[in-house]
Design a protein. Structure first.
Length: 496
Protein backbone atom coordinates (compact mmCIF):
# COMPACT_ATOMS: atom_id res chain seq x y z
CA UNK A 1 0.00 0.00 0.00
CA UNK A 2 1.32 3.44 -0.90
CA UNK A 3 2.28 5.61 2.03
CA UNK A 4 0.96 9.13 2.39
CA UNK A 5 4.12 10.75 1.02
CA UNK A 6 3.83 8.75 -2.21
CA UNK A 7 0.17 9.68 -2.56
CA UNK A 8 0.96 13.35 -1.99
CA UNK A 9 3.75 13.15 -4.56
CA UNK A 10 1.37 11.62 -7.12
CA UNK A 11 -1.19 14.36 -6.53
CA UNK A 12 1.42 17.08 -6.87
CA UNK A 13 2.45 15.56 -10.21
CA UNK A 14 -1.16 15.77 -11.41
CA UNK A 15 -1.29 19.35 -10.19
CA UNK A 16 1.82 20.17 -12.22
CA UNK A 17 0.34 18.50 -15.29
CA UNK A 18 -2.78 20.66 -15.00
CA UNK A 19 -0.63 23.78 -14.83
CA UNK A 20 1.36 22.64 -17.88
CA UNK A 21 -1.94 22.16 -19.74
CA UNK A 22 -2.79 25.78 -19.03
CA UNK A 23 -5.46 24.91 -16.48
CA UNK A 24 -5.88 26.98 -13.32
CA UNK A 25 -6.45 24.32 -10.61
CA UNK A 26 -7.63 26.99 -8.15
CA UNK A 27 -10.01 29.40 -9.95
CA UNK A 28 -11.50 32.29 -8.00
CA UNK A 29 -15.19 31.34 -8.34
CA UNK A 30 -17.63 28.88 -9.85
CA UNK A 31 -21.11 28.94 -11.33
CA UNK A 32 -23.88 26.90 -9.72
CA UNK A 33 -27.50 26.81 -10.83
CA UNK A 34 -28.86 24.28 -8.34
CA UNK A 35 -28.12 22.54 -5.06
CA UNK A 36 -27.96 18.78 -5.38
CA UNK A 37 -30.86 18.34 -2.96
CA UNK A 38 -33.18 20.26 -5.30
CA UNK A 39 -32.48 17.77 -8.09
CA UNK A 40 -32.85 14.79 -5.78
CA UNK A 41 -36.22 16.13 -4.58
CA UNK A 42 -37.80 16.47 -8.05
CA UNK A 43 -35.73 14.41 -10.51
CA UNK A 44 -38.52 13.83 -13.04
CA UNK A 45 -39.03 17.57 -13.45
CA UNK A 46 -35.38 18.03 -14.44
CA UNK A 47 -35.38 14.97 -16.70
CA UNK A 48 -38.52 16.13 -18.50
CA UNK A 49 -37.27 19.67 -19.06
CA UNK A 50 -33.89 18.41 -20.38
CA UNK A 51 -32.21 21.64 -19.33
CA UNK A 52 -28.55 21.61 -18.34
CA UNK A 53 -27.72 22.16 -14.69
CA UNK A 54 -24.46 23.35 -13.20
CA UNK A 55 -23.37 21.77 -9.94
CA UNK A 56 -20.37 22.18 -7.67
CA UNK A 57 -19.03 19.85 -5.02
CA UNK A 58 -16.31 17.62 -3.65
CA UNK A 59 -15.59 14.25 -5.29
CA UNK A 60 -16.54 11.52 -2.79
CA UNK A 61 -16.30 8.39 -4.96
CA UNK A 62 -14.46 7.80 -8.20
CA UNK A 63 -14.40 5.03 -10.85
CA UNK A 64 -12.10 5.98 -13.70
CA UNK A 65 -12.30 3.81 -16.81
CA UNK A 66 -11.20 4.14 -20.39
CA UNK A 67 -13.57 6.40 -22.27
CA UNK A 68 -16.32 6.46 -19.66
CA UNK A 69 -16.13 7.14 -15.91
CA UNK A 70 -18.45 7.54 -12.93
CA UNK A 71 -18.01 9.57 -9.77
CA UNK A 72 -20.10 11.15 -7.02
CA UNK A 73 -19.93 14.77 -5.94
CA UNK A 74 -21.25 16.19 -2.69
CA UNK A 75 -22.31 19.70 -1.74
CA UNK A 76 -23.82 20.90 1.53
CA UNK A 77 -27.23 19.51 0.58
CA UNK A 78 -26.51 16.04 -0.76
CA UNK A 79 -24.63 13.68 -3.08
CA UNK A 80 -25.24 12.69 -6.72
CA UNK A 81 -23.55 10.53 -9.34
CA UNK A 82 -21.84 12.05 -12.36
CA UNK A 83 -21.49 10.17 -15.67
CA UNK A 84 -18.71 11.51 -17.87
CA UNK A 85 -17.75 10.29 -21.35
CA UNK A 86 -14.79 11.38 -23.44
CA UNK A 87 -16.84 11.75 -26.62
CA UNK A 88 -19.25 14.15 -24.84
CA UNK A 89 -16.79 16.45 -23.10
CA UNK A 90 -13.96 16.21 -25.62
CA UNK A 91 -10.58 14.57 -25.34
CA UNK A 92 -8.89 17.58 -23.77
CA UNK A 93 -11.59 18.01 -21.09
CA UNK A 94 -11.53 14.28 -20.40
CA UNK A 95 -7.75 14.39 -19.96
CA UNK A 96 -8.26 17.18 -17.43
CA UNK A 97 -10.82 15.01 -15.61
CA UNK A 98 -8.29 12.15 -15.50
CA UNK A 99 -6.12 14.28 -13.19
CA UNK A 100 -8.78 14.36 -10.47
CA UNK A 101 -8.70 12.43 -7.20
CA UNK A 102 -11.02 11.80 -4.29
CA UNK A 103 -11.54 15.04 -2.40
CA UNK A 104 -11.07 17.41 -5.34
CA UNK A 105 -13.66 20.15 -5.88
CA UNK A 106 -15.20 20.30 -9.34
CA UNK A 107 -17.79 22.17 -11.38
CA UNK A 108 -20.08 19.97 -13.53
CA UNK A 109 -22.44 21.01 -16.28
CA UNK A 110 -24.84 18.44 -17.72
CA UNK A 111 -28.34 16.97 -17.93
CA UNK A 112 -30.23 14.90 -15.38
CA UNK A 113 -31.02 11.27 -16.30
CA UNK A 114 -31.30 7.76 -14.89
CA UNK A 115 -28.59 5.20 -15.71
CA UNK A 116 -29.47 1.68 -16.87
CA UNK A 117 -29.23 0.57 -13.23
CA UNK A 118 -31.74 3.26 -12.28
CA UNK A 119 -29.41 5.62 -10.41
CA UNK A 120 -30.18 9.30 -10.76
CA UNK A 121 -27.15 10.93 -12.37
CA UNK A 122 -25.84 13.92 -14.26
CA UNK A 123 -24.67 13.29 -17.83
CA UNK A 124 -21.73 15.71 -17.95
CA UNK A 125 -20.98 17.86 -20.96
CA UNK A 126 -18.40 20.05 -19.21
CA UNK A 127 -15.90 19.47 -16.39
CA UNK A 128 -14.03 22.27 -14.58
CA UNK A 129 -11.47 21.95 -11.79
CA UNK A 130 -12.18 24.13 -8.76
CA UNK A 131 -9.62 22.84 -6.22
CA UNK A 132 -6.93 20.20 -6.59
CA UNK A 133 -6.31 18.56 -3.22
CA UNK A 134 -2.82 17.58 -2.18
CA UNK A 135 -3.56 15.31 0.79
CA UNK A 136 -5.77 12.25 0.41
CA UNK A 137 -8.85 12.02 2.62
CA UNK A 138 -9.02 9.09 5.03
CA UNK A 139 -11.06 6.36 3.33
CA UNK A 140 -14.29 5.30 5.02
CA UNK A 141 -15.74 2.14 3.48
CA UNK A 142 -19.38 1.09 3.41
CA UNK A 143 -20.71 -2.36 2.68
CA UNK A 144 -24.15 -3.96 2.57
CA UNK A 145 -24.41 -6.98 4.87
CA UNK A 146 -27.68 -8.82 5.44
CA UNK A 147 -29.63 -5.81 4.25
CA UNK A 148 -27.83 -3.40 6.57
CA UNK A 149 -25.19 -0.75 5.83
CA UNK A 150 -21.93 -1.54 7.64
CA UNK A 151 -19.20 1.10 7.85
CA UNK A 152 -15.51 0.19 7.98
CA UNK A 153 -12.38 2.22 8.74
CA UNK A 154 -14.38 5.01 10.35
CA UNK A 155 -12.64 8.18 11.44
CA UNK A 156 -13.38 7.56 15.11
CA UNK A 157 -10.22 8.39 17.07
CA UNK A 158 -11.58 11.01 19.49
CA UNK A 159 -8.44 13.08 19.90
CA UNK A 160 -7.68 13.09 16.18
CA UNK A 161 -11.28 14.11 15.44
CA UNK A 162 -11.01 17.11 17.78
CA UNK A 163 -7.62 18.15 16.42
CA UNK A 164 -8.69 17.78 12.77
CA UNK A 165 -12.31 18.86 12.99
CA UNK A 166 -12.42 19.55 9.25
CA UNK A 167 -11.88 15.83 8.59
CA UNK A 168 -14.36 14.92 11.32
CA UNK A 169 -17.01 17.01 9.57
CA UNK A 170 -16.20 15.52 6.18
CA UNK A 171 -16.21 11.90 7.29
CA UNK A 172 -18.86 11.82 10.03
CA UNK A 173 -22.07 13.45 8.78
CA UNK A 174 -23.73 13.29 12.22
CA UNK A 175 -21.06 15.68 13.54
CA UNK A 176 -22.11 18.35 11.04
CA UNK A 177 -25.72 17.87 12.17
CA UNK A 178 -24.70 18.52 15.79
CA UNK A 179 -23.27 21.90 14.83
CA UNK A 180 -26.27 22.77 12.69
CA UNK A 181 -28.43 22.13 15.77
CA UNK A 182 -26.06 24.31 17.81
CA UNK A 183 -26.59 27.17 15.38
CA UNK A 184 -30.36 26.70 15.54
CA UNK A 185 -30.36 26.73 19.36
CA UNK A 186 -28.44 30.02 19.50
CA UNK A 187 -30.80 31.51 16.94
CA UNK A 188 -33.80 30.35 19.02
CA UNK A 189 -32.35 31.97 22.14
CA UNK A 190 -31.96 35.26 20.29
CA UNK A 191 -35.50 35.10 18.91
CA UNK A 192 -36.92 34.23 22.34
CA UNK A 193 -35.29 37.24 24.01
CA UNK A 194 -35.83 39.63 21.11
CA UNK A 195 -39.56 38.90 21.22
CA UNK A 196 -39.52 39.89 24.91
CA UNK A 197 -37.89 43.28 24.21
CA UNK A 198 -34.39 42.37 25.36
CA UNK A 199 -31.63 44.34 23.63
CA UNK A 200 -28.59 42.40 22.43
CA UNK A 201 -25.38 44.20 23.39
CA UNK A 202 -21.62 43.73 23.30
CA UNK A 203 -19.21 44.20 26.19
CA UNK A 204 -15.39 44.07 26.32
CA UNK A 205 -13.55 40.77 26.07
CA UNK A 206 -10.31 42.47 27.14
CA UNK A 207 -10.89 43.95 30.57
CA UNK A 208 -8.59 45.97 32.86
CA UNK A 209 -10.17 44.14 35.80
CA UNK A 210 -12.00 40.84 35.62
CA UNK A 211 -15.03 39.88 37.71
CA UNK A 212 -18.55 38.50 37.74
CA UNK A 213 -17.60 34.93 38.64
CA UNK A 214 -15.24 32.87 40.79
CA UNK A 215 -12.51 31.83 38.36
CA UNK A 216 -8.90 32.44 37.42
CA UNK A 217 -8.41 34.62 34.33
CA UNK A 218 -6.07 34.54 31.37
CA UNK A 219 -3.70 37.52 31.41
CA UNK A 220 -2.41 39.37 28.36
CA UNK A 221 -0.46 42.55 27.73
CA UNK A 222 -1.36 45.73 25.83
CA UNK A 223 1.93 47.06 24.53
CA UNK A 224 0.86 50.61 23.65
CA UNK A 225 -0.90 51.21 26.97
CA UNK A 226 1.79 49.26 28.85
CA UNK A 227 -0.79 47.50 31.01
CA UNK A 228 -2.03 44.03 31.79
CA UNK A 229 -5.46 43.07 30.55
CA UNK A 230 -7.60 40.05 31.30
CA UNK A 231 -9.78 37.91 29.07
CA UNK A 232 -13.22 38.18 30.62
CA UNK A 233 -14.44 35.40 32.88
CA UNK A 234 -18.00 36.75 32.77
CA UNK A 235 -19.97 39.67 31.33
CA UNK A 236 -21.90 40.42 34.51
CA UNK A 237 -20.32 43.63 35.78
CA UNK A 238 -20.44 45.34 32.38
CA UNK A 239 -24.03 44.29 31.70
CA UNK A 240 -25.02 45.65 35.10
CA UNK A 241 -23.42 48.96 34.15
CA UNK A 242 -25.88 49.03 31.23
CA UNK A 243 -28.81 48.43 33.60
CA UNK A 244 -27.52 51.33 35.69
CA UNK A 245 -27.28 53.39 32.51
CA UNK A 246 -30.99 52.99 31.75
CA UNK A 247 -31.36 49.79 29.75
CA UNK A 248 -34.00 47.58 31.37
CA UNK A 249 -33.46 44.31 29.49
CA UNK A 250 -30.10 43.34 28.00
CA UNK A 251 -28.40 40.15 26.88
CA UNK A 252 -25.16 39.06 25.30
CA UNK A 253 -24.15 35.80 23.65
CA UNK A 254 -20.53 35.79 24.60
CA UNK A 255 -17.24 33.96 24.66
CA UNK A 256 -15.81 33.75 28.17
CA UNK A 257 -12.43 32.43 29.27
CA UNK A 258 -11.43 30.73 32.51
CA UNK A 259 -7.97 29.48 33.31
CA UNK A 260 -9.12 26.29 34.98
CA UNK A 261 -9.09 22.52 34.59
CA UNK A 262 -10.43 20.71 31.55
CA UNK A 263 -12.81 17.78 31.57
CA UNK A 264 -15.90 16.58 29.75
CA UNK A 265 -17.91 19.66 30.76
CA UNK A 266 -15.17 22.32 30.94
CA UNK A 267 -13.23 24.03 28.18
CA UNK A 268 -11.14 27.15 28.91
CA UNK A 269 -13.00 29.01 26.14
CA UNK A 270 -16.76 28.58 26.26
CA UNK A 271 -20.00 30.28 25.24
CA UNK A 272 -22.57 31.78 27.57
CA UNK A 273 -25.70 33.79 27.19
CA UNK A 274 -25.99 36.37 29.97
CA UNK A 275 -29.10 38.45 30.50
CA UNK A 276 -30.29 41.07 32.99
CA UNK A 277 -33.84 42.28 33.55
CA UNK A 278 -34.63 45.28 35.71
CA UNK A 279 -37.50 45.24 38.21
CA UNK A 280 -37.39 41.45 38.55
CA UNK A 281 -35.96 38.82 40.89
CA UNK A 282 -34.66 35.26 40.62
CA UNK A 283 -38.20 33.86 40.46
CA UNK A 284 -38.85 35.85 37.29
CA UNK A 285 -35.57 34.58 35.84
CA UNK A 286 -36.57 30.97 36.63
CA UNK A 287 -39.68 31.50 34.54
CA UNK A 288 -37.58 32.82 31.66
CA UNK A 289 -35.32 29.75 31.81
CA UNK A 290 -38.29 27.36 31.92
CA UNK A 291 -40.02 29.05 29.01
CA UNK A 292 -36.88 29.35 26.86
CA UNK A 293 -35.63 25.79 27.27
CA UNK A 294 -39.03 24.12 26.93
CA UNK A 295 -39.59 26.10 23.74
CA UNK A 296 -36.21 24.95 22.41
CA UNK A 297 -37.00 21.34 23.38
CA UNK A 298 -40.21 21.41 21.36
CA UNK A 299 -38.51 22.93 18.31
CA UNK A 300 -35.40 20.72 18.37
CA UNK A 301 -36.79 17.43 19.71
CA UNK A 302 -40.42 17.72 18.69
CA UNK A 303 -41.69 17.12 22.24
CA UNK A 304 -41.08 17.90 25.90
CA UNK A 305 -39.13 14.65 26.21
CA UNK A 306 -35.71 13.73 24.91
CA UNK A 307 -32.87 11.36 25.81
CA UNK A 308 -29.57 12.41 27.28
CA UNK A 309 -26.79 10.07 28.40
CA UNK A 310 -29.19 7.11 28.68
CA UNK A 311 -31.84 9.04 30.66
CA UNK A 312 -35.27 10.20 29.58
CA UNK A 313 -35.57 13.91 30.32
CA UNK A 314 -39.01 15.47 30.73
CA UNK A 315 -39.20 19.26 30.28
CA UNK A 316 -42.88 19.72 31.20
CA UNK A 317 -43.41 22.74 33.45
CA UNK A 318 -43.26 23.49 36.32
CA UNK A 319 -39.78 22.22 37.12
CA UNK A 320 -38.73 21.12 40.59
CA UNK A 321 -37.46 23.89 42.90
CA UNK A 322 -35.54 22.94 46.05
CA UNK A 323 -33.00 24.56 48.35
CA UNK A 324 -29.39 23.39 48.28
CA UNK A 325 -29.59 22.32 51.93
CA UNK A 326 -32.78 20.28 51.45
CA UNK A 327 -31.22 18.45 48.50
CA UNK A 328 -28.12 17.65 50.57
CA UNK A 329 -30.42 16.26 53.25
CA UNK A 330 -32.20 14.16 50.61
CA UNK A 331 -29.14 12.70 48.88
CA UNK A 332 -26.36 12.84 51.52
CA UNK A 333 -28.67 12.02 54.42
CA UNK A 334 -27.30 14.80 56.63
CA UNK A 335 -28.80 18.02 57.99
CA UNK A 336 -26.04 20.42 57.02
CA UNK A 337 -27.74 23.34 58.80
CA UNK A 338 -27.31 21.60 62.17
CA UNK A 339 -23.65 20.63 61.71
CA UNK A 340 -20.62 22.50 62.97
CA UNK A 341 -17.74 23.33 60.65
CA UNK A 342 -15.60 20.56 62.18
CA UNK A 343 -18.42 18.03 61.70
CA UNK A 344 -18.72 19.04 58.07
CA UNK A 345 -14.95 18.64 57.56
CA UNK A 346 -15.04 15.18 59.20
CA UNK A 347 -17.96 14.17 56.99
CA UNK A 348 -15.96 15.15 53.91
CA UNK A 349 -12.95 13.14 55.10
CA UNK A 350 -15.13 10.06 55.64
CA UNK A 351 -16.49 10.38 52.11
CA UNK A 352 -13.13 11.21 50.48
CA UNK A 353 -14.25 14.70 49.42
CA UNK A 354 -11.18 16.87 48.90
CA UNK A 355 -11.37 20.36 50.37
CA UNK A 356 -9.03 23.06 49.14
CA UNK A 357 -10.79 25.73 51.18
CA UNK A 358 -12.48 24.79 54.48
CA UNK A 359 -15.20 27.37 54.92
CA UNK A 360 -18.91 26.82 55.47
CA UNK A 361 -20.02 27.85 51.98
CA UNK A 362 -17.23 26.06 50.10
CA UNK A 363 -17.84 22.81 52.00
CA UNK A 364 -21.57 22.92 51.28
CA UNK A 365 -20.74 23.40 47.61
CA UNK A 366 -18.36 20.41 47.56
CA UNK A 367 -20.82 18.12 49.39
CA UNK A 368 -23.51 19.19 46.93
CA UNK A 369 -21.29 18.43 43.92
CA UNK A 370 -20.39 15.01 45.32
CA UNK A 371 -23.79 13.74 46.45
CA UNK A 372 -26.45 15.76 44.69
CA UNK A 373 -25.38 16.92 41.21
CA UNK A 374 -25.22 13.45 39.59
CA UNK A 375 -28.81 12.79 40.70
CA UNK A 376 -30.35 15.93 39.21
CA UNK A 377 -31.43 14.31 35.96
CA UNK A 378 -34.82 15.98 35.59
CA UNK A 379 -34.90 19.79 35.31
CA UNK A 380 -34.30 21.21 38.77
CA UNK A 381 -33.80 24.70 40.14
CA UNK A 382 -31.45 24.51 43.11
CA UNK A 383 -32.14 27.65 45.13
CA UNK A 384 -30.95 29.66 48.13
CA UNK A 385 -27.16 29.38 48.33
CA UNK A 386 -24.83 30.52 51.12
CA UNK A 387 -23.97 34.20 50.91
CA UNK A 388 -20.27 33.38 51.25
CA UNK A 389 -20.08 31.81 47.76
CA UNK A 390 -22.46 34.30 46.12
CA UNK A 391 -20.90 37.76 46.51
CA UNK A 392 -23.03 39.40 43.82
CA UNK A 393 -26.47 38.13 44.92
CA UNK A 394 -29.04 39.78 47.19
CA UNK A 395 -29.64 38.23 50.64
CA UNK A 396 -33.02 36.75 51.52
CA UNK A 397 -35.04 39.11 53.75
CA UNK A 398 -35.61 36.43 56.41
CA UNK A 399 -32.04 35.06 56.45
CA UNK A 400 -29.15 37.40 55.53
CA UNK A 401 -26.68 34.47 55.31
CA UNK A 402 -28.64 32.98 52.40
CA UNK A 403 -28.97 34.64 48.99
CA UNK A 404 -31.62 34.60 46.29
CA UNK A 405 -29.65 32.52 43.82
CA UNK A 406 -30.41 29.47 41.73
CA UNK A 407 -28.50 27.04 39.59
CA UNK A 408 -30.44 25.01 37.05
CA UNK A 409 -29.55 21.35 36.44
CA UNK A 410 -30.68 19.01 33.68
CA UNK A 411 -29.25 15.57 32.96
CA UNK A 412 -26.80 15.95 35.85
CA UNK A 413 -25.32 19.07 34.22
CA UNK A 414 -25.30 22.55 35.69
CA UNK A 415 -26.41 24.68 32.76
CA UNK A 416 -27.19 28.01 34.39
CA UNK A 417 -26.61 30.31 37.33
CA UNK A 418 -28.79 33.26 38.34
CA UNK A 419 -29.31 35.82 41.09
CA UNK A 420 -31.57 38.44 42.40
CA UNK A 421 -28.76 40.92 41.87
CA UNK A 422 -27.29 42.78 44.78
CA UNK A 423 -27.93 46.48 44.18
CA UNK A 424 -26.88 47.91 47.56
CA UNK A 425 -23.46 49.53 46.88
CA UNK A 426 -22.47 49.53 50.56
CA UNK A 427 -23.20 45.80 50.94
CA UNK A 428 -21.54 45.11 47.59
CA UNK A 429 -18.33 46.86 48.62
CA UNK A 430 -18.19 44.91 51.88
CA UNK A 431 -18.60 41.61 50.05
CA UNK A 432 -16.00 42.38 47.41
CA UNK A 433 -13.55 43.47 50.10
CA UNK A 434 -14.21 40.18 51.90
CA UNK A 435 -13.49 38.35 48.62
CA UNK A 436 -10.27 40.29 48.21
CA UNK A 437 -9.14 39.17 51.68
CA UNK A 438 -9.85 35.55 50.76
CA UNK A 439 -7.77 36.03 47.65
CA UNK A 440 -4.84 37.24 49.75
CA UNK A 441 -5.19 34.06 51.82
CA UNK A 442 -4.83 31.85 48.72
CA UNK A 443 -8.28 31.59 47.15
CA UNK A 444 -7.26 32.42 43.57
CA UNK A 445 -10.86 32.25 42.34
CA UNK A 446 -12.07 34.94 44.73
CA UNK A 447 -13.02 38.31 43.26
CA UNK A 448 -11.10 41.56 43.54
CA UNK A 449 -12.57 44.95 44.36
CA UNK A 450 -13.73 46.71 41.19
CA UNK A 451 -13.83 50.40 42.12
CA UNK A 452 -15.29 51.52 38.80
CA UNK A 453 -18.18 49.07 39.13
CA UNK A 454 -18.82 50.14 42.73
CA UNK A 455 -18.85 53.78 41.66
CA UNK A 456 -21.41 52.93 38.97
CA UNK A 457 -23.57 51.17 41.56
CA UNK A 458 -23.53 54.28 43.73
CA UNK A 459 -25.47 56.08 40.99
CA UNK A 460 -28.24 53.54 41.57
CA UNK A 461 -29.18 50.18 40.06
CA UNK A 462 -32.86 49.15 40.07
CA UNK A 463 -33.95 45.75 41.44
CA UNK A 464 -32.63 43.32 38.84
CA UNK A 465 -32.60 39.63 38.04
CA UNK A 466 -29.59 38.22 36.19
CA UNK A 467 -28.75 34.93 34.47
CA UNK A 468 -25.86 33.11 32.86
CA UNK A 469 -26.65 30.03 30.74
CA UNK A 470 -23.98 27.68 29.39
CA UNK A 471 -24.70 27.42 25.68
CA UNK A 472 -22.27 24.54 25.14
CA UNK A 473 -23.90 22.40 27.82
CA UNK A 474 -27.39 23.15 26.49
CA UNK A 475 -26.23 21.96 23.08
CA UNK A 476 -24.79 18.83 24.74
CA UNK A 477 -28.23 18.11 26.19
CA UNK A 478 -30.22 18.53 23.01
CA UNK A 479 -27.72 16.60 20.85
CA UNK A 480 -27.09 13.84 23.42
CA UNK A 481 -23.36 14.63 23.39
CA UNK A 482 -21.26 13.30 26.26
CA UNK A 483 -18.40 15.80 26.05
CA UNK A 484 -18.24 19.56 25.62
CA UNK A 485 -15.57 18.91 22.98
CA UNK A 486 -18.25 17.31 20.82
CA UNK A 487 -20.16 20.61 20.57
CA UNK A 488 -17.25 23.06 20.16
CA UNK A 489 -15.76 23.18 16.67
CA UNK A 490 -12.20 23.64 17.87
CA UNK A 491 -11.78 22.67 21.55
CA UNK A 492 -8.54 23.42 23.34
CA UNK A 493 -6.07 20.53 23.09
CA UNK A 494 -2.71 19.78 24.67
CA UNK A 495 0.33 20.27 22.42
CA UNK A 496 1.70 17.08 20.92
Amino acid sequence: MQNENQLIKARKEKLQKLIEMGINPYPAKAKRTHLIAKILAKPNKFIKEENSVELVGRIRSLRKMGKVSFFHIEDKSGRIQIYIRRDDVGENNYTIFKQCDLGDFVNICGKVFHTQTGELSIHANKFIFLTKTIRPLPIVKEKEEEGKKVVYDQFVDKELRYRKRYLDLLLNPEVKETFIIRSKIIKMMREFLDKRDFVEVETPILQPQYGGAEAQPFITKHNKLDMDLYLRIADELYLKRLIIGGFEKVYEICKDFRNEGMDRIHNPEFTQIELYQAYSDYNDIMNIVEDMLTEIAIKICGSYEFEYDGNKIGMTKPWKRASITSLIKEYANIDIEKMSLDEMIDFCKQNEIELEIKTYGKIIDEIFKHFVEPNLIQPTFVIDYPKEISPLAKSKPDNPQIVERFEVFIGGLEIGNAFTELNDPIDQRARLEEQAEKRKLGDLEASEVDEDFLEAMEYGMPPTGGLGLGVDRIVMLFTNSHSIKDVIFFPQMRNV
